[in-house]
Design a protein around this ligand. Structure first.
Ligand code: CP
Ligand code: NVA
Length: 308
């Protein structure tokens, strides 16, 4: 039994198997209706709980559809509606849920909720985003990059804006997949040293560059995310916007990257804030492939977790 908690906690060889299998599974069902079953039904007879302490469109729908395509069943639960939100411990919840379901995907605020769930569950637990990381997103991002441009190893990814949870998983992936990453954003929002240090230890070149125009020179991939995450206080919105405005990804900035650079955003995006519509809908953007690939990448993650 494998938990999928973070990219740096997963063996690079296993990550490679998942990315490749995701691509194969995507090709195998190309053109079929979304609700039709895959030829293989590795999750037949399995029940998967999808628990959300925070809102979600992509994670919720892609996990639900992915389980069903592979022959399994799902239940989608809101953390607030469970006893979890009313004082029952995470450990007890994990032990109880393990008697009913074969796998748990959880989107949580605090990372400790995920960790405790994994510690006490007898079934695999998948991280569907916490305040600190978002590994499923980056599996889809690596898959999407490789689908368009070949292996990501040795490439140069530029993260713009807030050094947040998605940025942290990108840094984990830099170490595991062997690419370099430049962070460009204000010093107050730098990614935590821990994430930068881990990637450097694994041999990735991690650069902090305050000037966005300089940062994107030689970029193979430019990435943006929202300036105010779900775990950020809404009261900080204006201050964050003021700090982050110089890091907007617009056509002028993209023109400074390599001509074949791609643009990604995990979505939801705020058009006209961290990225302009011109870039989102432009020829370098692969945001909707990226969203689709959540489905395929997570199907491979779930198979790995269950060993099926
Ligand atoms: N990218 C992502 O995780 O989207 P949702 O918040 O809609 O799940
Ligand atoms: N950084 C964002 C990602 C949403 C998918 C957040 O945590 O709100």
């Amino acid at each position: 039994m494998n938990h999928f908690l973070d990219i740096h906690k997963t063996d690079p060889a296993d990550l490679r198997v998942m990315i490749d299998q995701a691509g194969e599974m995507k090709s195998a069902r190309a053109g079929r209706p979304k609700g039709s079953p895959d030829d293989d039904q590795p999750l037949a007879g399995r029940m998967v709980a999808l628990i959300f302490e925070k809102p979600s469109t992509r994670t919720r729908v892609s996990f639900d559809v992915g389980v069903r395509q592979m022959g399994g069943q799902t239940m989608v639960l809101s953390g607030a509606d469970m006893q979890l939100g009313h004082g029952e411990s995470i450990a007890d919840t994990a032990r109880v849920m393990s008697r009913y379901v074969d796998m748990i995907m959880i989107r949580a605020f605090d990372e400790s909720v995920l960790a405790e769930m994994a510690e006490y569950a007898d079934v695999p637990v998948i991280n569907g985003l916490t305040d600190r990381t978002h590994p499923c997103q980056i599996m889809a991002d690596v898959m999407t990059y490789e689908e368009h441009r070949g292996h990501i190893a040795g490439k140069h990814v530029v993260w713009t804006g807030d050094g947040n949870n998605v940025c942290a998983s990108f840094l984990h992936a830099a170490g595991q997949f062997g690419f370099d990453l430049t962070f460009t954003g204000p010093p107050q929002l730098d990614p935590q040293d821990e994430f930068v240090g881990l990637a450097r230890q694994k041999g990735s070149r991690i650069t902090i560059e305050r000037d966005a125009a300089k940062a994107v020179q030689d970029a193979d991939l430019v990435v943006a995310d929202t300036w105010v995450s779900m775990h950020d206080a809404q009261s900080a919105r204006e201050r964050r916007h003021n700090m982050l405005r110089p890091y907007q990804v617009n056509a002028a900035l993209m023109a400074k990257a390599k001509p074949d650079a791609l643009f990604m955003h995990c979505l939801p995006a705020h058009r006209g804030e961290e990225v302009t519509s011109e870039v989102m809908d432009g020829p370098q953007s692969v945001i909707f492939d990226e969203a689709e690939n959540r489905l395929h990448a997570q199907k491979a993650v779930m198979r790995w977790c269950l060993g099926v």
